[in-house]
Design a protein around this ligand. Structure first.
Ligand code: ACO
Length: 267
């Protein structure tokens, strides 16, 4: 697995009961070191993997990860600074990204970048209040304020309907379906790749988009077939060698998600 998680999208029934009976007053602020414990807890509750402490340290200390917290300032119980939602993201070089072929480059602007959303979550009792929408808006506003930034993108597992609805509603464009992108308990799941272009990176819908989409679809199909053939050949070569764990078995496809735990509805 890579050093940092890649856009996990999860959900679970393990939320704590903290129903806001009053009308919450949601504010947004940067995540800071005092959020560490809560941030870890919500990630544990919402996502089906355990993140490394290096990731959380990087988030709260503002390393190479940018993040926003949502808090409910109207909480009467002394928890008004406690996270009820968050979004974490990092910069990647556009030309090194998975969507490098979709970017309209402008060499006069210098090294172009993208913002990649790593994790987004809202605790269950604060959902359907527009918290996630506001968090994503913060990311888009931030990305737009950086002239060399060309867009915001993310992966979401193909059956995470609430998240997919959210991104579509926010005019993210689904540019790819990645077959078998996630590996959860030995089972492969597809993911969608959503992009929101900023700073005039792409027109909303051009004939070129359609051509690129078709080409990408064909290309990903070829890749799937090629990787299956490669794996079959490797399996032949590995006959008699037992894998001790999923990670080792997955060495040829390490860019895929490998989610070993269970009990989660969405990723
Ligand atoms: N009154 C009533 N409904 C509202 C209001 C409002 N004031 N504001 C928004 N809504 C509705 C929206 O229309 C939307 O409805 P729809 O889903 O039927 O279209 C729904 O509420 C959700 O929109 P938000 O409120 O902005 O989203 P929410 O804060 O509920 O969070 C999220 C959505 C993040 C997907 C949440 O369900 C969650 O945390 N899930 C688990 C983790 C997860 O899946 N994260 C996805 C991350 S993607 C990634 O990490 C790359």
């Amino acid at each position: 697995m890579s050093r940092f998680p890649r856009g996990f999208v999860g959900d679970s029934s393990m939320e704590e009961p903290e129903t806001p009976l009053r009308r919450p007053s949601i504010c947004f602020r940067p995540i800071n070191p005092s959020d560490l414990e809560r941030l870890e807890q919500i990630h544990r509750d919402l996502f089906p993997i355990r993140y490394e402490s290096e990731f959380f340290q990087n988030v709260v200390n503002g390393g190479d990860i940018v993040s926003w917290a949502a808090v409910d300032r109207s909480r009467p119980d002394g928890h008004s600074e406690e996270l009820i939602g968050f979004v974490t993201a990092k910069f990647v070089l556009a030309k090194e990204s998975e969507i490098s072929d979709l970017i309209r480059y402008d060499s006069s602007k210098g090294e172009e970048t993208l913002v990649y959303i790593l994790t987004l979550g809202v605790v269950e009792t604060y959902r359907k209040l527009g918290v996630a929408k506001s968090l994503i808006k913060e990311v888009i506003k931030y990305a737009s304020s950086i002239p060399v930034c060309r867009g915001v993108y993310l992966h979401v597992i193909a059956h995470n309907n609430p998240a997919i609805r959210l991104y579509k509603r926010m005019s993210f464009r689904c540019v790819r379906r990645l077959h078998g992108f996630y590996l959860i308990n030995g089972q492969h799941f597809d993911s969608y790749l959503f992009v929101y272009f900023v700073n005039g990176s792409r027109s909303p819908c051009s004939p070129l988009d359609l051509v690129v989409l078709v080409l990408n679809y064909v290309r990903s199909g070829i890749k799937v077939v090629a990787s299956k053939l490669t794996m079959k050949q490797e399996e032949k070569g590995l006959k008699g060698v037992k894998c001790k764990d999923n990670m080792r078995c997955l060495l040829p496809t390490q860019t895929k998600r490998n989610l070993a735990s269970s009990g989660y509805d969405y990723v």
